[in-house]
Design a binder for this molecule. Structure first.
Ligand SMILES: [Mn+2]
Length: 405
């Protein structure tokens, strides 16, 4: 038995902020990337002749999905229908909808989970039985724990749970919160999770797996993205990650040394970016350049100007394999001029501010920042760490700026 576990396709992601910052050819690739990544998953399903595909929520970026995205998704499902590969899908917090009123005309191989937890049965070619339990979001937030509504494993050859949700944290648990122990208590053979965009495994056996989104959409979704190909081995189901992303977002760290001038620094960045891109063939690398300063290196560098110079250089590249998407200066000593007392104040204040709860409240109270995506980001501890680092760097830079003036 073999299947694909994917989710968080976010097919109609708008990538609005990138339109003015990149040449048309790059922007076009970016806009196509979420579509192409899913098409690659369908290719993989067909090549591997899988028994079925699971899509665990957020097929579309928005509840009012675009005609283009809906049409594309339907076409890809038809490609699977031709190969008699069934698709099991549930809607998530982005594409939540009343499933009974769903107007999307999907081919007959697609089985959509209702808004209540339900179990579907699939009979494999060898007559073995697979049970799949899941539900679709009917609204943006689901604060209730849903796992207790999932039945205990009954009689079947395989039992799989699909859940778009987040590990319970005790604050802002808006996405069907659960604990790993709750999932294990159902005695299923596999838990196909969606919602967190970094692919990861929460438990080895039985596997509890976040598939991540097949295509990263910004630098906070850096690195390879893809899906899981899950295969039966003995009595176990074994997931293997398969990268499909068309574009990779990557951080590139470059040290500024004492003998660098802006020209040599540019060459250094270009060489490092080319090396990075060579390691990731067949995809465009969107590079976030992090220039590391030290106390002895002050080129009077303006990161925006520097980025524009790099972009001007790259826009003439005959074979565009990487694009300088962003450039930031990173101080080696983040808070250079502080006294011990100031440093303590900063640490104490930062400890208070950079708490998920505080940041969530800030986001929720700010009408301009009410994007769902920000809330998702804030649930990621790595993101908060990065935010704190950025704030520290900015503060350090402003402070050394004040010293100079
Ligand atoms: Mn998502």
């Amino acid at each position: 038995m073999k299947f694909i576990h994917t989710g968080d396709l976010h097919l109609d992601s708008p990538f609005r902020g990138l339109a003015n910052q990149s040449p048309a050819a790059v922007y076009q690739q970016i806009q196509q990337s979420t579509y192409q990544a899913f098409a690659r998953i369908v290719d993989l399903a067909i090549d591997e002749n899988v028994d079925f595909m699971l899509i665990v929520g957020d097929i579309f970026d928005r509840d009012h999905h675009s005609v283009k995205a809906a049409d594309f998704f339907t076409q890809q499902c038809r490609r699977l229908a031709v190969k008699a590969i069934p698709v099991y899908l549930s809607y998530g917090n982005h594409d939540y909808q009343n499933v009974a009123d769903d107007t999307l005309l999907l081919p007959e191989n697609v089985h959509v989970f209702a808004n209540q937890v339900e179990t579907k049965t699939l009979i494999l070619a060898d007559q073995r039985q697979v049970k799949i339990t899941g539900f679709s979001y009917g609204r943006k937030w689901i604060q209730q724990e849903k796992v207790s509504e999932y039945p205990l494993r009954g009689n079947a050859d395989f039992w799989i749970g699909m859940l778009h949700g987040q590990v319970k944290s005790g604050h802002a648990d808006n996405y069907a919160p659960f604990t790993v122990d709750q999932l294990l208590s159902r005695h299923y053979d596999y838990w196909a999770l969606g919602h967190i965009h970094h692919h990861q495994q929460l438990n080895d056996q039985p596997p509890i797996v976040y598939c991540g989104n097949p295509q990263g959409r910004h630098i906070n979704e850096a690195g390879p993205h893809g899906c899981y190909l899950v295969e039966e081995e003995g009595r176990q189901l074994v997931p293997r990650f398969r990268a499909v992303s068309v574009i990779n977002w990557e951080n590139l760290d470059v040290m500024i040394t004492a003998d660098d001038d802006q020209r040599s620094l540019r060459t250094k960045v270009v060489n490092a970016a080319e090396q990075l891109a060579a390691k990731r063939p067949q995809r465009l690398i969107m590079v976030n350049i992090r220039l590391h300063l030290s106390a002895t290196t002050d080129l009077g560098l303006d990161s925006t100007d520097f980025l524009e110079q790099l972009q001007a250089g790259q826009s003439h590249a005959p074979n565009l394999i990487w694009w300088p998407a962003n450039c930031e200066l990173v101080g080696s000593t983040a808070l250079p001029q502080l006294t011990d007392a100031d440093r303590q104040y900063w640490q104490a204040a930062a400890n208070q501010v950079f708490q998920p709860k505080t940041l969530q409240d800030l986001v929720i109270n700010d009408k301009n920042l009410s994007a769902d995506y920000l809330r998702d980001q804030l649930a990621d501890p790595d993101f908060i760490k990065e935010l704190r680092q950025t704030a520290t760097t900015l503060l350090g830079r402003r402070q050394s700026g004040d010293e100079n003036s």
